[in-house]
Design a binder for this molecule. Structure first.
Ligand code: ADP
Ligand code: ASP
Ligand code: MG
Length: 437
């Protein structure tokens, strides 16, 4: 029997008009039983997401500054939704509790989580569904990692007694009962968790674009939609900046191989993108999609005879580990080795990392180059296909873009190129044009 879990993103629940569209979508199919809600997002460009306003309140409260103006803005967002929808719901007490907590050292995550908490309460009331507080059904371990099994057991029990329910996304609770959130965009993960616990036949992720597109629509004009994409391809693309779905949203549904369908709340008849465990479907192009991010740095280490020095790579990575900096890529030559890291993560640790490398391996030279952008070209069609890399390099060369790093995953599912951040947009456009247009 068909059972669908739906997650609506911030822009899909930004105002009363969107709530009406959401209700229409949910009510049009009785199999649409469990709904995960995000906090209200931007209503138009230049607007604020409620989550950002909550973080702002928290920062003001920490600095002992007045939160009234920002807090009133948040309340006004919810109140206008409630009033325009004409629902009987008085959140005065909830607001007071949140305001009090903000002023009395409640955690940052608690404050941020209230965005989804309040929005889910409103949506549950509007739909006539039960409300399940995520703190009672989503759990983290002492070390802050997600407790998948306990969550699945408790969530499954909670859902089994309710035919229709709304669950706030983004947060859960720590063993001591305090609130913890996933990273930004984490309501996608909650949707996936609910889909797994409900043994859903489909997880519909409703957003403001008609599916996963072959490139970021903010950079490439009118990119082509992707009909079907595998979990693995999606991981590569979302990790590399295709933010339409959180990169960790695959894990909970992976167990039961539940497909995810990305859909557009503003254009509900569009079929969107299907994200599936595996597929034989041949995509229209060799590549499935392109994504990228700026904000990376290269740490390059030079040492004569490096190739024959046992344990050298380990010693370099050990320095990063000790400084809590994770690495993205690790391309090497015979006497050189480069570690690509996030510039932000390296920021305050740069001197310690360089000193550690000098001490650990005594290199001839070590230096950092900033301003690197990474572009990932991803596609199951690339596996064993000849000439894909050549086409990428020629396209970049013809666009006048110098390649600073190349990395091909051993699965052949992706090729990642590092370019100067100033060339980022040119590089994306050149590669897209080469493969798609
Ligand atoms: P939601 O609030 O529904 O969770 P997000 O803002 O997190 O939505 O994700 C949707 C946005 O992701 C789109 O509006 C689009 O600007 C951006 N985006 C980036 N890369 C892609 C891509 N490859 N395909 C579709 N959207 C993308
Ligand atoms: N509201 C949270 C955010 O803005 C979570 C989400 O939207 O998924 O990051
Ligand atoms: Mg999102």
């Amino acid at each position: 029997m068909s059972l669908k879990v739906l997650k609506f993103g911030g822009s899909s629940l930004a105002d009363a008009e969107h709530f009406r569209s959401v209700a229409e979508i949910v009510k049009s199919d009785p199999a649409r039983r469990y709904v995960v809600a995000s906090a209200p997002g931007k209503r138009m460009s230049g607007d604020s997401k409620v989550t950002d306003l909550l973080y702002k309140c928290y920062a003001l409260a920490c600095d002992d500054e007045d939160i009234t103006e920002v807090f009133d803005e948040i309340k006004a967002r919810y109140n206008s939704i409630i009033e325009e929808l004409g629902i009987e719901l008085d959140l005065t007490e909830a607001y007071e509790k949140i305001r009090f907590s903000m002023l009395h050292n409640s955690g940052r995550d608690y404050v941020a989580s209230r965005g989804e908490y309040l929005n889910a309460m409103i949506l549950a009331k509007y739909l006539g569904f039960d409300f399940i507080d995520a703190k009672k059904v989503v759990f983290f371990n002492e070390d802050g990692t997600f407790n998948a099994e306990r969550t699945n057991d408790v969530m499954r029990d909670a859902l089994s007694t309710r035919e229709y329910a709304v669950i706030p996304g983004f947060y859960g609770s720590m063993p001591n009962g305090t609130i913890k959130t996933f990273s930004r965009g984490g309501s996608d993960i909650t949707g996936s968790i609910v889909a797994r616990a409900a043994s859903a036949t489909l997880y519909e992720n409703w957003t403001d674009v008609s599916g996963f597109l072959m490139a970021d629509p903010r950079i490439i004009d009118n990119p082509k939609p992707i009909k079907t994409i595998t979990y693995k391809e999606l991981r590569e693309l979302s990790y590399m900046g295709a933010t339409v779905l959180h990169e960790d949203a695959i894990f909970p549904v992976r167990y039961s191989k539940i497909p995810i369908n990305i859909r557009n709340t503003n254009s509900p008849d569009d079929k969107g993108t299907f994200i599936v465990p595996e597929t034989d479907e041949i995509s229209d192009y060799i590549i499935t999609g392109i994504a990228g991010k700026t904000g990376f740095s290269n740490i390059t280490i030079e040492k004569a005879m490096m190739n024959s020095e046992l344990g050298l790579g380990r010693k370099v990575l050990q320095v990063l580990e000790e400084n809590n900096v994770s690495f993205e890529h690790f391309p090497s030559g015979i006497d050189t080795m480069t570690v690509v890291v996030s510039t932000k993560a390296l920021q305050d640790k740069r001197a310690d990392v360089l000193a550690g490398i000098c001490k650990n391996i005594n290199p001839d030279n070590v230096f950092v180059e900033e301003n690197l952008a990474l572009v990932a070209i991803v596609g199951r069609g690339m596996v064993k296909a000849k000439g894909t890399a050549a086409r990428i390099f020629v396209a970049l060369a013809e666009a006048g873009v110098n390649i600073r790093m190349i990395d091909q995953g051993s699965s052949e599912l992706n090729i990642i190129v590092g370019v100067d951040a100033n060339d980022y947009v040119t590089a994306l456009n050149a590669i897209y044009k080469e493969f798609v247009k």
